[in-house]
Design a protein. Structure first.
Length: 129
């Protein structure tokens, strides 16, 4: 997988463009980028891109990648991304389109991600019954 694959999603393409332009994409922008990007890029590729954000340095980028990886975060849902976006200046989602932040719509993640999501929903349903 590659940067080209990430560009299949409008939001990820928007974040990649902003990083390429040396923009600060904000704490949550970097978090979302890492949570999604780690499934498409090596840690070194991901770190190289994060370092284009002026708020990042080698240690911060490596720490973010390690934190997201060690906690095995799933890519966030659109509602969570919009919630985080409201807490920072940089717009993570490039449009107001309800699907604009939906990375599951047009990115193919490893099967384990979908298994984790299914397991979560099963546990939630069991707890409610």
């Amino acid at each position: 997988m590659s940067v080209k694959d990430l560009r299949n999603n409008e939001m990820m393409s928007h974040l990649l463009d902003a990083l390429e332009q040396g923009k600060d994409i904000g704490h949550y922008g970097r978090l979302v980028f890492t949570m999604v990007g780690r499934h498409f890029l090596s840690d070194s590729e991901l770190q190289k891109l994060l370092l284009k954000d002026p708020a990042m340095d080698d240690i911060k980028a490596a720490a973010l990648i390690e934190q997201v990886g060690s906690r095995d975060y799933n890519p966030p849902r659109p509602q969570k991304i919009r919630e985080w976006q409201s807490q920072q200046e940089f717009p993570i989602c490039p449009t107001d389109d309800p699907d604009g932040c939906n990375v599951y719509r047009n990115l193919k993640f490893p099967d384990g991600i979908y298994d984790n999501i299914q397991e979560y929903h099963e546990q939630k349903a069991a707890a409610q019954s």
